[in-house]
Design a protein around this ligand. Sequence first.
Ligand SMILES: *Cc1c(COP(=O)(O)O)cnc(C)c1O
Ligand SMILES: [Zn+2]
Length: 402
Amino acid sequence: MNTQSCITGLVCPKCKKRYTHRELQHLCQCGSPLLVEYDLERAGYLVDPETIKTRPVTLWRYAELLPVLDDANIVSLGEGFTPLTILPAIAAKYAFGRLYMKDEGIIPTGTFKARGAAVGVSKARELGVKHVAMPTNGNAGAAWAVYAARAGIKAHILMPEDAPRITRNESVAAGAQVHLVRGLISDCGKILARSIPAHGWYDVSTLKEPYRIEGKKTMGYEIVEQLGWQVPDVIAYPIGGGVGIIGIYKALQEMQRLGWIGDQLPRLVAVQAEGCAPIVEAYRKKAKESEFFPDSRTIAFGINVPKALGDFLVLEAIYETEGCAVAVGEADIINTLLELASLEGSFICPEGAAALAGLKKLRAAGWLKAEETAVLLNTGGGIKYPDTLHFDLPYCPVDGTI
Ligand SMILES: *Cc1c(COP(=O)(O)O)cnc(C)c1O
Ligand SMILES: [Zn+2]
């Protein structure tokens, strides 16, 4: 399949300034992240849901709505079209109508960061990039490292020293240059900003690089396609930098303009940990932007982001869809994780468990009705988190019985 990307350029959602997609871009001059624009009329002429159905089951099946111009630049490990798994036992226990889990544990690198990396690295290759650099809490670094390796691009990664060892190992094994920092991801970002001018690397920090949103938005297309081109009533997402929810909202708007879905959009729910809940606090105040959340901590390290660059876009997605933001405690996260494993046979990451814990709260409060259909995003596999759970187990002597 020769891709027919309908990309027309990049636009600033704040000041509306436009930029070309034929050169490397970062933030707008005004400091806002940039969004990719498409000629949706042309896309609607080139492709429709019936045609998409016949294509390979990767995220590249939505090629007209992705930014890569030439197929030859696509760097793929088969990412996308993850299962939309129904959760009947949890639904029965908590009186949900229909409850589905979009399971991103089953994707290359074991987290949905693979989507952003696949599209971001492909576009970087198309634009002639030889070196990418980023700060990371772990999962994004690992994903970008493996896709960069496949593209023949060198990755330079800064991680806090307490980022999970498994993501460090994955990055180093893939040939990335990894530096550890005795500090937070924000400190890593500052070091990178100081270092980049001397090297001329392409800065692919979250939302400073416009194309990873495009990778993550495909979750929105897939959910709707997997429900037979119907939208659910609610989509709950564990939010850190917010790229996923911004992407899903963008996908929904594109599908509306393409005429593939109707007027009614799902209510988008942002779930955060109580130990790092800047978006939830902003939502409670009906604010348009969030404030830095001091001393943030949670076992769900992927959502430990005290201030997101795209916070205003996240809040807009919530308000415009009449969604909400909800915080959950650490014990809730662990208990929900164990419940999913023991009732549904699904061993997921703590961030995904947080999303379900948030939905349970909303169901109990009546915000989510018994007849409604909800989808939760599980953003990664439990096997990527070898240090999250600790069990004290009884020993059996080697010559004993049980
Ligand atoms: C990065 C990450 C998140 C948060 O994603 P954003 O799109 O940045 O909000 C959630 N879960 C996991 C496992 C992650 O790695
Ligand atoms: Zn701007």
